[in-house]
Design a protein around this ligand. Structure first.
Ligand code: SF4
Length: 379
């Protein structure tokens, strides 16, 4: 991994932000796949969008109910993400699993900070501007879940077909799959794919925008590494033919034979493909994907929100065993097979800026453990 650019001193913009938020040196946009997907014209029209947002999925519980009691009402996967997980669910878990859990069960106590919201909006705008620089978006009326997923497939197919026709850049590319034969489905949105028509190499790039010019922290780098590793895994699985349409249909509860609505059928003809349903469209996608090569290099670019200047650029090496181990451990949480874990003592600084610090059971337990240890030492 290498840093490419040295940042300048902070500006008035940074000074204003810093006056409003503590510890913002660590702050980047932290925009999830879920939020970015909501910018897609197709998702704007999703009939079930409301049911899939964190807010609507929240289970209202009394603050005094313990996590043990909560666990009895179903696994986190069943309760919070029936059907599929977002890639960004795992990156949030990488930051703090306990925090992720509270974000589902106790979202009501999150304080909305207008300055943090401004940083998020700036980040989203930059993502959108980059996307619109390479293609336009067209609203398409969807009438069923099958239509919604057809739009995602069309957007992925557009990128793939573009590469096969010599296009070198695609942005905001949907990706999905069920990695490592774990029977859990994932959906994500890749910021950027770069295709080299000479070598056929495909590079993947994740854009992170930063309010400040400070380098990304170790904890942030860990999150971003996991994100690009998982994107590569999902993309490569499609290239290798490791995903079946039956798996897609099962997890997303889709009827492969259901006819698309009029608007989606029309959109498909504009892309010179004519399929009545997902059965044919997915076959076509899988066949086209298998004409490509696996992702070669993984890049993470950190861009300053105010100046739009690239601050840092890292490359990450792919490690399938490492990803598989992390994946297996994280899925144990989602399946309710192990207790929820908070941050280690080395990362206790994360608690200082956590909305759930006052009610966090993990933090209270750890603090008790350490004070008992200290007392024992004194004796
Ligand atoms: Fe995680 Fe600390 Fe927040 Fe608890 S207080 S949820 S351990 S970051």
């Amino acid at each position: 991994m290498a840093d490419s650019t040295k940042p300048e001193n902070g500006s008035k913009y940074e000074a204003d932000l810093k006056r409003n938020i503590n510890d913002l040196d660590l702050w980047d946009d932290d925009i999830s796949d879920e939020i970015l997907s909501s910018y897609d014209s197709d998702i704007l029209l999703m009939p079930d969008k409301k049911q899939r947002t964190n807010k609507e999925m929240t289970v209202k519980v009394d603050i005094k109910v313990s996590t043990d009691q909560l666990a009895r009402h179903g696994t986190p996967l069943e309760r919070f993400r029936p059907g599929y997980l977002w890639v960004s669910d795992l990156t949030k878990q990488n930051w703090c699993e306990q925090q992720l859990y509270y974000s589902f069960t106790m979202s009501g106590i999150i304080e909305v900070n207008p300055v943090v919201q401004k940083v998020m909006t700036e980040g989203s705008n930059l993502h959108l501007a980059r996307e619109l620089a390479v293609h336009d978006t067209v609203p398409v009326k969807v009438t069923s879940n099958e239509d919604i997923w057809a739009i995602k497939v069309i957007n992925l197919l557009n990128a793939v077909q573009g590469f096969l026709n010599g296009v070198t850049l695609a942005r905001e590319v949907p990706i999905f799959g069920a990695p490592f034969q774990q029977d859990v489905f994932f959906v994500g949105l890749i910021d950027e794919l770069r295709f080299d028509p000479e070598s056929y190499n495909i590079d993947l790039l994740e854009l992170k925008t930063k309010a400040f010019k400070s380098p990304p922290s170790k904890a942030q780098k860990s999150q971003h590494r996991l994100q690009v590793l998982l994107y590569k895994k999902l993309f490569d699985d499609l290239v290798k033919g490791n995903l079946s349409k039956e798996t897609v249909a099962k997890h997303l509860r889709l009827d492969l034979k259901r006819d698309f609505g009029e608007a989606v059928s029309l959109e498909l003809t504009k892309h010179l493909v004519e399929f009545q349903n997902l059965d044919g469209l997915l076959d076509h996608l899988f066949q086209r994907m298998q004409c490509l090569t696996c992702v070669s290099q993984l890049h993470i670019e950190y861009v300053h929100q105010e100046s739009k200047q690239t601050l840092y650029h890292h490359t990450e090496d792919y490690d399938d065993d490492d990803l598989s181990n992390i994946f297996e451990d994280y899925l144990k949480f989602w399946r309710g097979q192990r207790p929820i874990a908070g941050v280690d003592i080395e990362e206790a600084w994360k608690c200082q800026k956590c909305d759930f610090a006052d009610i966090c059971e993990w933090r209270a337990k750890k603090s008790e453990e350490y004070s008992s240890k200290n007392k024992a030492k004194i004796k």
